[in-house]
Design a protein around this ligand. Structure first.
Ligand code: TYC
Length: 102
């Protein structure tokens, strides 16, 4: 009588290394024209900073040229850049927002 092997397959350990997601810093850049209050609102609205932290980050940007809104995985960082850039353009301010890999 012919025998058939049943269930020959074996579950093997998954040897694929899982890497942590690459992270991107979303930066706001200083300029001479965007009002300070507007930058504080942007930091509160898009980066969920409270008024005090937002004011501190805004002043750091004003004095040092750039500052961090937050650090996120790629697609979230890219969305923040788009949202901030669109919001600034809508209000006719030159505020620049960029992302860089950590
Ligand atoms: N330098 C601007 C001013 O004096 C304020 C400012 C702060 C602008 C932060 C942009 O990302 C910025 N009105």
């Amino acid at each position: 009588m012919a025998t058939r092997k049943q269930h020959e397959s074996v579950l093997e350990a998954d040897r694929t290394e899982v890497q942590p997601p690459r992270l991107y810093r979303v930066l706001l850049l200083n300029d001479d024209y965007t009002p300070m209050d507007f930058v504080v609102i942007v930091l509160q609205r898009f980066f969920a900073l409270d008024r005090e932290r937002a004011t501190r980050v805004m002043l750091q940007i004003h004095h040092e040229g750039k500052g961090t809104g937050g650090v996120f995985p790629h697609d979230i960082a890219a969305t923040k850049v788009e949202q901030v850039s669109n919001y600034a353009r809508q209000h006719q301010h030159p505020l620049a927002c960029v992302m860089e890999e950590e």
